[in-house]
Ligand binder design. Structure first.
Ligand SMILES: *Cc1c(COP(=O)(O)O)cnc(C)c1O
Length: 431
């Protein structure tokens, strides 16, 4: 059986392939791997896929979920909106409860719609309300580029200078991870000028999982709105978005949520804003009261909750893929996944350390509570050639300039043996 969380210290792990195999046998979630298509080498053997942080693998059930909608479309045409096995008009609602569970929210707080960066903009339409005195936005210095571009363009859109209006929460010289006391210091100095704090809930580069509640309370104490991009958190860590108190959050579904390239994204709006009809927003017919939406002649009547941020009728084929994936998450439960995740990533860390701490540096936090499954690894004097060799050896990981390899052993479909084999290949390449 698993040890309890407290005993997950590196000393619990052992070296050798037998240990990895034994852990896979003890793993109560190991069968879930068979529910996914694992990409293969040309010789038919399975790749060591550690890239679920970038594109999650395809559940074998996805095809049938999508086929169902293709068939209903073929057989029913427009009638499918109401007559399909899973009627399309309310289809997005079939995802709400499972999605809410995955991100730790109430159903009224989540919706699946649009794509990630689009959702970030729509959230900022409502929650970035700059005034002449209070207009600045704080993001982490190594935020995902799309997020940085999005907030810069919001600043410009409101007539502000994007350099002057953007405050970067930076790691100290010689450090990779940002410190809360530095954010607190920024707020002490500039709190009155800040309209919005927008942070990547789990930083895509370092894998640092932030204390969302702490950041939210800090922001709120200074009168700012607070939002998170949880693209690297959803399906990876227990987000507890509701309890964090954040005003909004957004995430994608194609990373840890295994819903296919470019699939629809998620948005969270805290319950306290659910019935506020005075918030500034962009609207469309899908933001309108469902009871009268099809009368088409009514004055606009704002739909309550996160659903009220929808604009369009959503792409059903994408929703079907998300539904297939969420059904698996719903069955396993994010808590169990986390338990395995901590053990699997701890094991990965343990094995990497054997390669020598002056060869390998892990920039991801050591504390399991401050990370998800991803480890960001710096290898001494490495360049992209090392990553290319890893790829050639059948390890799918992800390279980020200047010198970081990101690997994410995903608890749903990665095994202890995957992790073991990856480190063995790395060792061979380094020798
Ligand atoms: C993956 C990711 C994106 C990608 O944005 P799309 O709009 O889905 O293309 C943006 N921000 C973060 C933090 C991400 O991790």
């Amino acid at each position: 059986m698993w040890e309890t969380e407290k005993t997950h210290t590196l000393s619990t792990y052992k070296l050798g392939l037998d240990y990895a195999k034994e852990q896979d046998q003890l793993d109560t979630l190991s069968d879930y791997r068979n529910q996914f298509h694992i990409p293969k080498n040309q010789d038919g053997s399975e790749l060591i896929y550690l890239c679920g942080n970038s594109l999650g693998l395809q559940p074998k059930t996805t095809r049938s979920y999508i086929n169902q909608e293709l068939e209903d479309w073929a057989n029913l045409g427009v009638e499918g909106h109401t007559e399909a096995k899973n009627p399309w008009l309310p289809y997005h609602e079939f995802l709400t409860e499972s999605m809410a569970k995955v991100v730790g929210a109430k159903p009224i707080e989540v919706v699946t719609m649009n794509t990630l960066t689009a959702n970030l903009h729509f959230m900022m339409v409502s929650f970035y309300k700059p005034t002449k005195e209070r207009y600045k936005i704080i993001i982490e210095a190594d935020a995902f580029p799309s997020d940085k571009y999005a907030v810069e363009s919001q600043l410009r859109h409101h007539g502000f200078d994007d350099k002057e209006g953007l405050i970067l929460w930076k790691a100290r010289k010689g450090e990779e991870l940002v410190r809360y006391e530095d954010l607190e210091a920024i707020m002490d100095k500039h709190g009155d000028e800040v309209a919005l704090i927008m942070i990547g809930g789990v930083n895509y580069y370092t894998g640092q999982y932030f204390d969302l509640k702490r950041i939210t309370e800090l922001g709120h104490n200074h009168g700012c709105m607070v939002g998170f991009d949880c693209a690297h958190g959803a399906g990876n860590v227990e987000l507890n978005l509701h309890d964090s108190g954040a005003d909004f959050a957004v995430w994608c579904t194609y990373k840890y949520l295994n819903s296919g390239p470019g699939s629809l994204a998620g948005a969270f709006v805290h319950e306290r804003h659910a019935h506020n009809k005075n918030l500034n927003r962009f609207t469309g017919w899908w933001s309108h009261n469902k009871q009268t939406r099809f009368n088409m002649r009514h004055e606009f009547d704002q739909l309550a909750g996160a659903e009220g941020w929808q604009l369009s009728n959503p792409p059903i084929l994408s929703l079907a893929a998300i539904r297939a994936s969420l059904d698996i998450f719903n069955e396993v439960g994010i808590e169990k996944l986390n338990e395995k995740s901590r053990k699997l990533t701890g094991y990965f860390e343990f094995l990497l350390k054997q390669l020598g701490e002056d060869t390998i540096r892990i920039i991801t936090p050591k504390n399991p509570k401050e990370r998800g499954c991803q480890l960001s690894i710096q290898v001494l004097n490495a360049d992209k050639a090392l990553h290319d060799k890893l790829t050639k050896a059948g390890v799918i990981s992800d390279w980020r300039e200047p010198d970081v390899i990101r690997c994410a052993p995903v608890p749903l479909y990665n095994s202890f043996e995957d992790v073991y084999n990856m480190v063995e290949k790395l060792k061979e390449i380094l020798n």
